[in-house]
Ligand binder design. Sequence first.
Ligand code: MG
Ligand code: ZN
Length: 223
Amino acid sequence: MNTQTRLVEVRQKVLKQNDVVARALRQRFNDAGVRVISLVSSPGSGKTMFLERVLTLLAKRHRVAALVGDLATDNDAQRLARSGAPVRQIVTGTVCHLEAQMVQDALEGWDLDSLDYLFIENVGNLVCPASYDLGEAHRLVLFSVTEGEDKPLKYPTIFNTADVAVITKMDLAAAVGFDRAAAHANILAVRPGMQIFELSAKTGEGLEEWLQTIESPQPVSAG
Ligand code: MG
Ligand code: ZN
């Protein structure tokens, strides 16, 4: 067996193990009645600011918590804790994505029955998070108006593993000449029928609209 073949086999085994853990997590989340929403995006697309606003708004009417993944530092967790929601940091070190086992470890000691919503912010990366199921019910892929309308074409796999696309920093759209029609067309070219939200965590524009969809009864999952 050459090295290449062996590496591919090891990688497949790791992914399979991840799926086993993710499946068990999903069952636990379902049993506890907690709705788990994960967020993926490039670095700097505004995930943390979005999540800070969402936690603050949702915490007024539901029991919410968050896990946040980063390569280093717990800056984001500290920032999110300002919302008043319980937040735990997952420092991944050199690993550029979250894995189901990391989520399971981070949940140690948390009573899931006491939660309505759990958010999982992945490491900023649009590549490998696509390969790792985290047991979430709902995955959001975010990209900001400053990143260019062709992001979905460059990273089709992550758009295909997500349930919803969220375009962030809409308050900057005019300033950067964001081509809304092109962005939508690119998302839909990669993932026909994908639901798209446009919002600004800074101004609050579009946030309530998105919140209404996650507060509505859970859609039946195809997966
Ligand atoms: Mg962040
Ligand atoms: Zn990675």
